[in-house]
Every structure is written in C-alpha cells, then in structure tokens.
Design a protein around this ligand. Structure first.
Ligand code: ZN
Length: 213
C-alpha cells in the first residue's frame, strides 16, 4: 500500500483540475460517509475498495477509468488528472464496495456544529463573525429552565448576548433570524453541498432519509 501511495503521490503532484479537489465517499447503500482527498480516493479505486460513480449512477472501476473514453456529458462528474499521454478522470463521488458503516444517526451537538448550522452569523443582528467573536445563546435562558439543545440555542455575537441577558427574545425586544432546529445532516455536508453540484443527488437522498430522525 505504501508503494502504491508513493506512485500516486508522484502522479498527483503533477496537476489536477480545480484547486483543492475533494471526493465524496458513499457506503454501499449510497449514503455519504465522509469526504476525502483525490489521492485517497485514487488509492481506494486502485485497491478495488471503491468504484467511481457519475451523476447518472453509472459506476466505474479503476480499469474502466484508465481505459475507457468518457462521454462529454459525463465530464462534470470527474476531476481530470493530467498525465503525459491523456487526462485520467477521477470521480468526484466514489462508492465503497464492502464498508457498511452508516453515517451517524445524530449530528453531534457541539458549539462548533451550532456555529456551522447558523453559518457563523449572529441570529439577532445578522453579523457574520469569526468564532472568537461569537458565543452560544440560550433562547429560553438557562435561569428560566432553558435546555442546552439544538432547538434552544443559537449563535450570537457578544454584544447581542449581553443585551439579551437572562431574558427571552420577546422580553428583550429582540428577534431571531431563524427558528433554531436540529440539523438533519451534518452542517459540514450542507456547506459542502453548495460547493460541489455533482454531490447533490447523493446528499439530498441522505437528507430525506428518516435514519437521521
Ligand atoms: Zn449580534
């Protein structure tokens, strides 16, 4: 494996279209499990641990990717690794052959996940700020029995948090931009979904799954 990795290190250092490309990894139920580098995805393909998949759900083994000619209308589903002889298509989505770990049943509750859910935006004054300038506000304050759960916390800037104090938004005369909710998929997936259109069908399918509720 190490030898193979070194081979791809060299090859992938040459040039890959599209900045810092990432590959969406699906389990064999086509549910997203993580996001990886092109280099790692190539290793998975090379070792037959995964196959590529395009936006029409057609799958490709590594051999097919190396040998086959892709139709032009498929090109949006691939990055292209430039080599001397030809461009090797690297799928933007791969499916694991065996691995059957499901994605987490619940998005883990954490400060960072709340910030991501709220896009680092104060839910009172709409300012987008770095995390050092944000904190977690309890909509129904803890002193009034408000719990630390997705539905009762929002991202807030320090001034809004101080202004609200130990009051509800109504008592403080403040308005929430959004109604806080528990994300159905990781906010990270939501953020990435906007970046890579080819991933959307796979992530959308996941989002509608009842598995997360
Ligand atoms: Zn604010």
């Amino acid at each position: 494996m190490i030898v193979r990795g070194e081979v791809f290190d060299t090859a992938l250092d040459i040039e890959i279209s599209g900045g810092n490309p990432r590959v969406l990894v699906l389990n064999r139920f086509y549910l997203p499990v993580h996001i990886t580098s092109v280099k790692r995805a190539v290793s998975l393909l090379y070792m037959d641990i995964a196959v590529g998949v395009d936006h029409e759900y057609q799958t490709y083994s590594w051999e097919q990717l190396l040998d086959g000619d892709l139709d032009n209308d498929k090109s949006s589903s691939f990055y292209f690794l430039r080599t001397v002889h030809r461009d090797v298509p690297i799928p933007k989505v791969v499916v694991l052959n065996e691995f059957d770990r499901r994605p987490p049943q619940n998005v883990k509750f954490s400060r960072a996940q709340v910030f991501m859910r709220d896009r680092f935006t104060c839910q009172y004054c709409a300012k987008t700020l770095p995390k050092q300038k944000l904190n977690i506000d309890h909509v129904v304050p803890r002193v009034a029995g408000g719990k630390t759960i997705w539905e009762n916390v929002v991202t807030s800037c320090h001034p809004c948090n101080r202004r609200k104090g130990g009051r509800t938004p109504a008592q403080a005369g403040m308005h929430l931009l959004t109604h806080p909710h528990k994300p159905s998929v990781s906010p990270l997936f939501n953020a990435l979904k906007q970046i890579n259109a080819v991933w959307k069908p796979f992530l959308f399918q996941n989002e509608s799954s009842e598995r997360f509720e």
